[in-house]
Design a protein around this ligand. Structure first.
Ligand code: SAH
Length: 330
């Protein structure tokens, strides 16, 4: 729901200020229409239905994987593709993966979104509408900005959305923003007040390889990015997650695991090894054994490391995969 349009419409109609809050409370609790909002006058419900579309996003496709993962492909009013994913875990956790941009201006070579043309930043309301879509299916409690786009390049809208997520059921502590290492964004996240978690997509312990697979590294070098993450930790006292996509023969050797372990302080960083979800790229994912060996080397050197469960592989749940395929299919 376009929250700015909601505000201006309510004030046009001469409605009291608390109406916007009432509408939001219903919406955040999973209402699917204005009609359900029984503490609003009936004629106001009818007017809002006409004047303020209930969502800024149109659902184009929804895919359900055998492991319970649900992936939604939406389009914005101006026809931009947006993807979001709901991951269901056995312990009951319900985690959302949200997009901050349609497409991405960065060109990480292994990432499907990186091969798309950049569309634009999403608004706060377009980000919230992804979460609200899933909230209408069931209660949700975690969120990561690991969908399409670089959240730090659209941080105003991302943070504005985060401010409202607790009423949807997702506290700031259960919200994580993932970045390629966009330093100005990391600094701003450090300086603002919400206790949101930081995740860094590292993918290589050295600058030469990192620049090759993530061209943004030419702009923000590894040492500077890690310094910004350490500063984040000093201020926030929250560990930083390192995301590391395992690419066979590229970044998965023993020497690289060792170098990674020596680069990171064990009290600041936790590593999350991500099995590569194959896209139409030049890369193959590392084998299960290679990933396990890599993890063991990190652990032996005191760095806590987990292997990310692969979710939704049968529905192309990796970043950008669905939008790229939908575009190719016309
Ligand atoms: N731009 C931000 C947010 C996107 S997050 C960032 O890069 O952190 C998306 C995460 O998924 C990143 O860690 C990215 O490296 C990873 N990723 C992208 N494509 C992938 C693929 N095909 N398989 C596994 N992980 C992938």
């Amino acid at each position: 729901m376009d929250l700015d349009l909601l505000d201006s419409t309510l004030s046009d109609l001469g409605q009291p200020a608390f109406r916007a809050k009432q509408v939001w409370e219903w919406t955040a609790r999973g209402a699917s229409s204005y009609e359900e909002m029984t503490n609003l006058p009936a004629d106001l419900r009818a007017t809002l239905t006409e004047r303020v579309p209930f969502s800024c996003l149109r659902l184009e496709r929804e895919l359900h994987a055998s492991d319970g993962t649900v992936k939604a492909l939406f389009s914005t009013r101006d026809g931009r593709a947006v993807e979001a994913v709901l991951m269901r875990y056995r312990d009951g956790r319900r985690s959302l993966c949200l997009s901050s941009q349609s497409g991405c201006p960065l060109t990480c070579t292994f990432c499907a979104t990186g091969t798309m043309k950049f569309g634009r930043n999403l608004t706060r309301s377009e980000i919230l509408d992804q979460a609200l879509h899933f909230r209408r299916i069931e209660e949700v409690d975690h969120c990561v900005f690991m969908g399409m786009g670089e959240p730090m390049m659209n941080l105003d809208h991302v943070l504005a959305a985060c401010r409202r997520l607790p009423s949807v059921g997702i506290t700031h502590r259960r919200t994580a923003i993932s970045t390629v290492g966009w330093i100005p964004g990391i600094e701003r996240l450090t300086a603002q007040e919400m206790p949101i978690r930081l995740a860094l997509s590292l993918h290589s312990p050295d600058d030469a390889l990192r620049s090759q697979i993530m061209p943004v590294n030419d702009r923000y070098r590894l040492a500077d990015v890690l310094r910004a993450c350490r500063d984040f930790y000093e201020v926030k006292r929250r560990m930083v997650f390192i995301e590391y996509v395992m690419l066979a023969g590229v970044n998965d050797s023993y020497a690289q695991a060792l170098q990674l372990a020596r680069t990171l302080e064990p009290w600041i960083f936790k590593v999350n090894l991500i099995p590569y979800n194959p896209t139409d790229s030049i890369y193959d994912g590392s084998s299960r054994e290679a990933i396990e060996t890599f993890r063991a080397v990190l652990e032996e050197h005191g760095i806590s490391a987990t292997v990310r469960l692969t979710r939704g592989r049968d529905i192309d749940a990796a970043c950008g995969q669905l939008a790229v395929k939908a575009a190719a299919a016309g």
